[in-house]
Design a binder for this molecule. Structure first.
Ligand SMILES: [Zn+2]
Ligand SMILES: [Zn+2]
Ligand SMILES: [Zn+2]
Length: 455
């Protein structure tokens, strides 16, 4: 299944043959390849050094394998973690034992997800040191904290959190790192720039993890690789055909954004200015930015008036986003519908506002179980998704949108278009997630099957 596996104890990762982690003055630590990697091929697999679940999921998702089941077994001592079976509980015992005592020690406070992750990291590091394994220490040494670039307010917040971490140290526990407040603050800074959000099948963030090897993957707005999760296991696959000598890159951010917006998201968190092909604003970068902001409005030649309309539209969409986040889907839908009216006939087909409006409308209509309208909007959104993420090769969000469309079309009895969207979703998700992933297996089993005559 996966030739060329090697695992370094304590790190738990595998590189595909021909893939190496290198360092040079220009790119720093980075992932390179010496053999061609076909689209869909696994490049790296890595188990987290430590991970913790978002508070929303701690009681309904297994801490170890991240599955959701109705028969979840909570830890009866703390009720703050849960497991799907006794094997998963046993597998986490070395991590949760002391964590559980810490949680009870600081009651009535509940340690946040980031705090729990820090506890797990400090204790696991200590365990590896006890074992005499230098690999983990070396790997942590490679991570950049950007400590000197982080603003005073954020550092102050981390200092408060560091004190809470110290409070979690158990009586008689001999882990010096708990008392090194400066070290903990620096580690929080490292978390911010290096940790991966763990996503479920719907690309929803369920937790965060420390993946020491995958931090070597650099960012590009035209990445050639994609990250997905199999439980807590991180998998990197080729999203395009990668040629020998090319650097393997992923995107740290959502690529449905203009160059300015992408730069504004990258800089404060990762402290670098992206110099990818799109960000250097060559012909295709400029073309993409222009299309994302293309105005078709000819009724109002006065630029100021156009600008005012755009401001109204932006406010309307942002209002929709805010309401959606607060799970007020019917009010959000009204805002998005209003935005749709405002932009009618005025924006180019790939305008970022149009993309955001449809993205919002589809989700709101599904939440409100208005599947007919969801289907209509979803169908309109498909070419937008294809265009928006084409810079990234095979992209999970495009695959998922086709999957959603297939489900909605199937529900509406439109067997032919359900079949077509299922095939396109499969084509994409096989590359991004691979055939073993539960998402792909669910998609295969769903709705229209081969051998059935499409209408
Ligand atoms: Zn489990
Ligand atoms: Zn517990
Ligand atoms: Zn870029």
């Amino acid at each position: 299944f996966f030739p060329g596996i090697f695992i370094i104890s304590g790190l738990n990762y595998m590189l595909s043959p021909g893939v190496t982690i290198n360092r040079d003055p220009v790119r720093g630590r980075h992932v390179a390849c010496t053999q061609p990697l076909a689209m869909g091929k696994i490049i790296i697999m890595e188990k987290p050094f430590a991970h913790s679940l978002d508070a929303k999921f701690t009681t309904n998702m297994c801490q170890t394998c991240l599955c959701s089941t109705d028969s979840i077994i909570p830890c009866t001592s703390c009720n703050l973690v849960a497991y799907c079976c006794s094997a998963c509980q046993e597998a986490d015992r070395s991590n949760h034992g002391k964590e559980c005592q810490s949680i009870r020690q600081v009651r009535p406070h509940n340690p946040t997800q980031t705090l729990r992750l820090m506890l797990r990291v400090l204790r696991r590091m200590d365990m590896e040191v006890q074992k005499g394994d230098p690999a983990v220490g070396v790997a942590f040494g490679e991570l950049v904290s950007h400590m000197d670039q982080i603003d005073v307010g954020t550092k102050e917040k981390y200092a408060q959190m560091a004190k809470l971490v110290r409070d979690c140290k158990l009586r008689g526990e001999d882990v010096a790192a708990f008392d090194d407040l400066k070290g903990i603050i620096s580690m929080f800074c490292t978390f911010e720039a290096n940790n991966f959000n763990i996503l479920n099948e719907d690309m929803q963030v369920v937790g965060a993890g420390v993946y020491l090897m995958c931090t070597a993957l650099n960012h590009s707005c035209t990445p050639n690789a994609v990250v997905t999760f199999h439980g807590p296991m991180l998998q990197v696959r080729a999203a395009k055909n990668i040629h020998p000598g090319e650097e393997v890159t992923i995107s740290y951010i959502d690529l449905a954004a203009s160059t300015d917006a992408r730069q504004q998201e990258l800089l404060p968190r990762y402290f670098f200015e992206c110099r990818c092909r799109l960000c250097q604003r060559g012909t295709d970068g400029r073309q993409r930015d222009m299309e994302m902001g293309l105005l078709l409005d000819v009724v109002n030649p006065m630029l100021k008036e156009v600008q005012m309309q755009l401001d109204d539209l932006r406010r309307c969409i942002l209002g929709g986003h805010t309401l959606r986040k607060a799970e007020d889907y019917s009010a959000a839908r009204v805002k998005y519908a209003e935005a749709l009216g405002l932009q009618k006939g005025k924006l180019g087909p790939h305008h970022i506002f149009t993309f955001e409006t449809f993205e919002g409308l589809v989700q709101c209509c599904i939440e409100l179980e208005d599947f007919g309208e969801a289907l209509r909007h979803c169908a309109t959104s498909l070419p937008l998704y294809e265009w928006m993420y084409s810079v990234a090769g095979a992209h999970p969000l495009v695959g998922l949108q086709y999957y959603t469309h297939a489900k909605l079309a199937w529900l509406a009895g439109e067997e032919g278009s359900a079949w077509a969207s299922k095939q396109r979703a499969l084509q994409i998700l096989l590359h991004t997630h691979g055939p073993e992933h539960a998402l792909v297996q669910g998609l295969r089993a769903f709705g229209p099957q081969e051998g059935r005559s499409p209408d």
